[in-house]
Design a protein around this ligand. Structure first.
Ligand code: IVH
Length: 707
């Protein structure tokens, strides 16, 4: 633990901005960690007095450097955010999801498909249950000898989180089951949800206490269940409907879906009263409509009606397709819509310079959520729908997806509304924004992009993060947060600035040398980490430039072929000047097609990129790659590493194999030559068996490659 609170601590007023930032960030992380230990795990590792001292120092720094304060920073937070510390529970029977249908025709087709699969005549009666699809989160409750033992969330369907302590606080969920027909072991499954009025009251309480409000009842239910402190869960009004089951040991109480749900009700579970067993598709659709009509008046949110084949023997025969049963489907309600006014269109600039139009709307409630923005996708979409500022538009919100504009209400168009002109210049930097032509199809890309590259401030931050990231320059201590902060302060706006940071910050450098406070060590560490990257492998250097379509693999191919950044840049500049030979040379690289060649040419065709390159090369030396061995026993082979490697890191293994002329792949296919498996290898091992691929362990790998 650092000694920043000790007598050697530098007075806050003497800190340089860089020192202050580094110390602030480290302290904030430290305090957050103690918060978590204290609130989340009930296991603090420092005394209250030490904790208070850390926090005081943090607050002092923020008082002198208010720009370091973050809206959701630790100094503003009460308690800790729930940790990732729930124990995992493996479901003995996977928790599946449901396929969806949206129309009466599709619902009819579902029943027809069931009949066809079972080889039944077209008019054979198949009983199917219809029940509301509750908008909450599913939970599996394991009872052994009638007593609740484990409660788990769905998770990824295979493995969920152990929320037993929290579930025990839910009054509607019985702790023990009564009834002569309760099996020895039964996992009862259903939906945990929050009623609409309980949700409104909870949000009112949150608001009054200055705490964040929940977007909808489902989020509120999930947030309440996933509390580390079950006292908090206990204070939240959660409810439950039982509708399914997992493992059963002993006798099943019924042979039908409806019979099982009836048994759950007898044993003390709430079950949904709108569940109906239907003998025909007509009856199913009538129930769908009846439920839809009652939807707004129900005390809880639902988003459709679930159909399930009633006979459990038929369910067994029908089985599953990937993650969902063939015997069930969800007939979803149409997404909710509302009309509102389009106040303006904002253009957002993404990481790769993509210009995305976002509709600014007069706030409107759609499905219980206030919507103020919606996506307009792209330029063509705006033209196709002829959306104009001032128009009344129809907004649709489905589930968690970003609201969309479906179209306009033509009659309500104000007189004089003008067609929307999509900007041809980037709103962030003023560079030209263009639509690329796909060389294969000859068609324009739907996305218009800013050509400002590294000089566009909107792209700059994201590109700087990429530049310093693990697979690029890999500068330790220069993470996303640091880059955002340095960029905000104008300390680092271009890649080359990273390497001149120390020289430019002479004042802090002098002070760093003068004393040995914590901030100094940390700044010195950062400067040392930066210095350590003054020489980097050429492929990393190329990857770090963030040329469109040039990922790690392509960067490596280019590095191997051209051998130096100067050679690559000469080719790139020539290709940009439409030199056919240069373009041919680029596309002749195995694995480089016209799209990449074009992107390379575009990059080196921009003077500002060449300037970055020149200035960067004054600070950094890219190193040519080691020659690839062609004689090695794995040369030309495709290798997959899986499981835990003990003698080398995954990165290292990959580099070694590539150095030896092998191609490393992430997944096993019939093209794989060799799988190197460490302990804990899972599905890839099974894939290797399936494809008859040779599997060796790490020691054997070293024996073969002579390590
Ligand atoms: S049955 C094997 N019934 O919907 C099928 N699911 O999309 C298991 N849900 O994860 C699910 N109400 O969270 C079923 N009456 C209902 C439901 C329901 C809501 C949720 C559940 C599930 C999701 C699947």
């Amino acid at each position: 633990m650092s000694s920043i609170t000790g007598p050697r601590a530098v007075p806050v007023a003497d800190l340089t901005p860089i020192e202050a930032r580094l110390e602030h960030d480290a302290l904030a992380r430290e305090v957050a960690e103690h918060d978590l230990r204290y609130h989340g795990e009930d296991a603090p590792i420092i005394s209250d007095a030490d904790y208070d001292a850390l926090r005081r120092r943090l607050e002092e720094i923020e008082a002198v450097f208010p720009e370091l304060k973050r809206p959701a920073g630790v100094t503003e937070k009460v308690g800790a955010k729930p940790s990732e510390k729930f124990a995992k529970v493996r479901h003995r029977v996977p928790m599946l999801s449901l396929a969806n249908v949206f129309t009466d025709e599709e619902a009819t087709e579902f029943v027809d498909r069931v009949r066809r699969f079972l080889g039944l005549p077209e008019d054979a009666p198949v009983a199917v249950t219809a029940e509301p699809k509750i908008d909450g989160l599913s939970c599996s409750l394991r009872y052994e000898r009638g007593r609740l033992l484990v409660a788990a969330t769905r998770g990824d369907g295979e493995e969920g989180e152990d929320v037993t302590a929290n579930v025990r606080t839910i009054a509607e969920i019985p702790q023990t089951l009564s009834g002569a027909d309760v099996p020895e072991v039964i996992e009862v499954r259903g939906e945990i949800y929050m009623a609409k009025d309980d949700f409104a009251a909870l949000n009112a309480r949150q608001e009054a206490a200055g705490k964040p409000v929940f977007a909808n009842p489902r989020n509120a239910a999930a947030g309440s269940l996933r509390q580390l402190d079950s006292k908090i869960t206990a204070s939240r009004p959660l409810r439950f409907f039982a509708y399914a089951w997992g493992e059963i040991v002993g006798e099943r109480p019924s042979g039908t879906q409806s019979g099982m749900v009836a048994a759950f009700a007898r044993w003390g579970f709430p079950t949904n009263p709108l569940t109906l067993r239907c003998e025909s598709v007509e009856a199913l659709l009538a129930q769908y409509r009846a439920v839809e009509e009652r939807r707004a008046g129900l005390p809880y949110d639902i988003d459709g009606v679930v159909y399930k084949v009633d006979d459990l023997d038929l369910q067994r025969r029908l089985g599953f397709i990937s993650r969902s049963p063939r015997w069930a489907t969800a007939h979803k309600f149409p997404a909710e819509k509302a009309a509102t006014k389009l106040l303006g269109i904002d253009i957002q600039v993404g990481r790769t310079g993509s210009l995305t139009p976002v509709a600014r709307l007069q706030p409107v409630t759609v499905g219980g959520v206030v919507v103020t923005n919606a996506t307009l996708h792209n330029e063509d979409e705006i033209a196709r729908k002829d959306v104009r500022i001032g128009d009344t538009v129809i907004v649709q919100r489905a589930g968690d997806v970003i609201p969309q504009i479906l179209g306009i209400v033509a009659e309500k168009r104000p007189a004089g509304a003008k067609s929307y002109e999509f900007p041809k210049l980037c709103p962030a930097c003023g560079s030209h924004a263009v639509r690329e032509i796909d060389p294969k199809t000859g068609k324009e890309d739907v996305v218009r992009r800013c050509t400002g590259g590294l000089v566009c401030p909107a792209q700059a931050v994201e590109r700087l993060k990429h530049f310093a990231s693990r697979n690029a320059f890999d500068i330790e201590g220069l993470g996303d947060k640091q880059i955002e902060a340095f960029h905000r302060d104008g300390l680092v706006t271009r890649p080359q600035d990273v390497f001149t940071l120390q020289a430019r910050d002479a004042r802090s450098l002098k002070k760093l040398k003068d004393r040995e406070g914590w901030g100094a060590t940390s700044a010195a560490n950062l400067f040392a980490a930066i210095d350590a990257r003054r020489s980097v492998p050429l492929n990393r250097f190329i990857f770090a430039l963030g040329i469109r379509h040039v990922g790690e693999t392509t960067a490596k191919l280019l590095a191997r072929r051209f051998g130096s950044i100067e050679a690559l840049s000469d080719i790139g500049v020539a290709a940009a000047a439409k030199d056919e030979k240069a373009l041919d040379e680029l596309t002749s690289v195995e694995g480089v097609g016209p799209v990449v060649a074009e992107a390379v040419a575009d990059f080196f065709g921009e003077e500002h990129n060449l300037e970055v390159l020149r200035e960067l090369l004054a600070e950094v030396t890219p190193e040519a790659l080691e020659a690839v061995a062609t004689e090695s026993p794995v040369a030309g082979k495709t290798v997959v590493f899986t499981g835990a490697l003990e003698r080398m890191s995954r990165e290292e293994a990959k580099a070694m194999a590539e150095r030896l002329g092998a191609k490393v792949s992430g997944s096993v296919s019939k093209k794989t030559d060799l799988v190197v498996a460490g302990p804990g290898a899972g599905s890839k091992l099974a894939d290797a068996k399936k494809h008859g691929v040779e599997v060796i362990d790490e020691d054997e790998w070293f024996r073969r490659v002579g390590g």
